[in-house]
Structures are given as C-alpha cells and as structure tokens.
Design a protein around this ligand. Structure first.
Ligand SMILES: Cc1ncc(COP(=O)(O)O)c(C=O)c1O
Length: 378
C-alpha cells in the first residue's frame, strides 16, 4: 500500500511557503553574492537573537558544526570525547572529523546520558563531551555541566534535533534554549529538522567572544583577515541560498514547534490507557524541560507487528535508530570493553510516529486509531 500519511511533511512543500521562498531566492540571485554575504550575516544575527545570550556563525552542516565546536575548544588529535551510545552516527562523525576519538557512554531509558555511568568512560585523555538533545528534548544540562566542570571537559551541545527546546537552569534561575548552555551549540539545518533549509547547513554558537572569533576563522581556512590564515581552518561555509531560505522559516519556528507539541499531546492523551511494558510512550515535559518534539518516539516490544500494521494502513514511520552506535561496525572500537544494554534495547524497540506541523486532524486521528488497535491486540 502507498504511504498516505508520511512520517513528516516539510514546510518547503507548502505552496504558500514556496512563494515566499521563491522571492527570497530571487533576491539572492540578483545580489551577485552567493557565499557568506548579507543573507548569512542577517541570519546569524537573527538566529543568535532567537537563541538569546549567544552569537554564532553559519557553517556547512550540523556535522561540521560539531567538528568546529570541538576544534574551537582546542580538542583534536589525541583527545577523547564522550558521546552518547544511542543516537545519530552523525555525532560521532563530527568528533572524528575533528581528529579526536569518540568514546561511547551508556544512556538512560529517557535517551539522555546515564549520569551514574558517565565516569566509567573517563580516561586521562578525556577532553570533551558532546551532549545530544535527542528527539527535541534537552538532556539534563545542570548535572552534566557540573560533571564537565569537575573533569574540565569542553561541552558541545548537539542541537540538530532541538531548535528552540528549553531547559530550566537551576543555577541561573531561568529558561535557557538548547545551544546556549554548553561552551558551543551546534545546529543542523538539514531539511527535515525543526528549522530546516533547502539543502545542507549548520550553525555554531557561543557566549564567548574569543570562541566566536575562533569559530569564524575555523570555518574559512583559518583566515583572520582574507588570505592570512592564523590557524589551520576548514572550508565550512553557509551559502546565501540556505541563509535566505532559513530567514523565511525562522519567524515561524515557534509556531511550528507549538503545533508539534499539540500533536504530541494528542498522541500522549490518546495512547495513555495503553501504556505497558509493551508500549512505552515518550516522556511528557517536566518542570525542567520544554521539548520541541522533533520526533514522537514510542518503544514497542513487538515493533515488527506494529510496523506491519502501520504499513498495511498507509502510515509512514521511522526507526531512529535501528542500531546503537556501539552495534555499528565502524563505531564498535569506541565502546570496546564496555557494555551498552540500554542503548541496544532502545535500538530494538524505538519507532517514530508521523509528526510535523502540517499533520492534519484526520491524519492524526488515523495514526492514533491504528496504534490503539495494535495495542488492544497485544
Ligand atoms: C543528532 C544529530 N546530530 C548531528 C546531525 C548532523 O547534521 P547534518 O546532517 O546537518 O550534518 C544530525 C542530522 O542528521 C543529527 O540528527
């Protein structure tokens, strides 16, 4: 059966948005400036203002943002970087691109780092930690930052799935957005993200002016000024087309995130009565967290039966992620000698239901009905 309700629908597929994007593209075309021009500078200012308390630079991708965020902290060859054992392989790729060695750390049932087991992964060479705000929900930043401070670790927040997500900082007594609590925040603008462009793109932000200058140099050949490299940099620039497209999207991000939250609450409400060890729902927000629901990920012990039911009724789904990082051939050495039972069980059970700001009422109802029917049968 054809997919009637896809896992996601992108804002760029909405006809009214396409008209606005066409105008933005025309503006770029006429400008004669296509890389790191006015659109990028304006977007950098606007996204930094949205995040609050940081300044940032546009870069080529989220993976590069992680790499540059580490390099800006002096983390590279010979250094070890802690990375959660369950999540996107892109995070590990970013660490490897910096020349550093990823070290996998076990996660908890809520997909965040298992703080009690974090010190098991420490060695005298550990220099940094990449905290991943997976599926739109921020990880426990207050204790993670305390751990990082105690062990003098550089902190990069991987915010690829968490544009606009919030965390209540007890020490600061205020809400902080993802990307503003660590040393560097790293974002992806891959089209499916909460803030997605029309191709690859990324962003690195920091509250420290010295780190900001370092990031600015690193993204373009290490140039302090044109044709004068102060350090060995990279080529990782955001282009004008992406920045112009992202400027159309940014003012709507909060409204889109709010619509995602409404759909997540609808699923939560409708599936609550079926909660059991066979069907575990994602945690709702608590007093410290405001999720932006990049994905609505349930855990189903009989996942294959559920995917069969969804497919048979034309409903798309995702498996994020089918293997823990510790189970992937290329990354196995980074968890050698340790075990990751939680990460591996999560990989066996997770399933993402359709969710996007453009998922209409009848589609939500159908998704819920099919999942409820499955739950009644198990
Ligand atoms: C958690 C996470 N980190 C990093 C990335 C990398 O972003 P990009 O695809 O822009 O390189 C992604 C996106 O796929 C991601 O989901």
């Amino acid at each position: 059966m054809d997919v009637e309700i896809p896992l996601t629908k992108l804002w760029l597929q909405v006809p009214e948005e396409q008209e606005l994007v066409a105008l933005a593209l025309q503006r770029v075309l006429a400008s004669g400036s296509y890389i790191l021009g006015r659109e990028v500078a304006a977007f950098e200012e606007e996204f930094s203002a949205y995040l609050g308390g940081v300044c940032g630079v546009g870069v080529a991708s989220g993976t590069d943002a992680i790499m540059l965020g580490l390099l800006a902290g002096g983390v590279g060859v010979g250094d070890e970087v802690l990375v959660p054992a369950f999540g996107s392989g892109a995070t590990v790729t970013g660490v490897l691109a910096a020349g550093a060695t990823p070290v996998l750390a076990e996660v908890g049932w809520e997909f965040g780092l298992d703080l009690e087991r974090l010190s098991e992964a420490l060695t005298p060479r550990t220099r940094a930690i990449v905290v991943v705000h997976l599926f739109g929900r921020m990880d426990e930043m207050t204790p993670i930052l305390a751990f990082a401070r105690a062990h003098q670790l550089w902190v990069v927040e991987d915010c690829a799935q968490a544009h606009g997500a919030g965390y209540w900082s007890e020490p600061l007594q205020r809400w902080c957005k993802a990307g503003t609590m660590g040393d560097v925040g790293a974002f992806s603008f891959y089209p499916t993200k909460n803030l997605g462009g029309m191709g690859d793109g990324g962003f690195c932000c920091t509250a420290c002016p010295v780190v900001l200058e370092r990031l600015r140099e690193l993204r373009q050949y290490g140039w302090r000024v044109r044709d004068d490299s102060g350090s060995a940099g990279r080529n990782s620039r955001l282009d004008e087309v992406q920045a112009a497209v992202l400027r159309v999207a940014l003012p709507k991000l909060d409204a889109w995130n709010a619509r995602r939250t409404v759909i997540a609450a609808y699923y939560q409400e409708g599936l609550r009565e079926f909660c059991s060890p066979d069907m575990i729902l994602p945690l709702p927000d608590d007093s410290r967290r405001k999720s932006v629901w990049h994905l609505f990920v349930v855990r189903a012990r009989l996942r294959q039966r559920l995917t069969g039911g969804l497919t048979g009724r034309g409903i798309g789904f995702g498996i994020h992620y089918p293997k823990a990082l510790s189970q992937q051939t290329a990354y196995q050495p980074f968890g050698a000698g340790r075990v990751f039972p939680v990460a591996q069980q999560l990989a066996a059970e997770v399933l993402s239901l359709p969710l996007s700001p453009f998922l209409g009422e009848s589609c939500r109802r159908k998704v819920l009905a099919v999942v409820a029917e499955f739950c009644r049968k198990i």
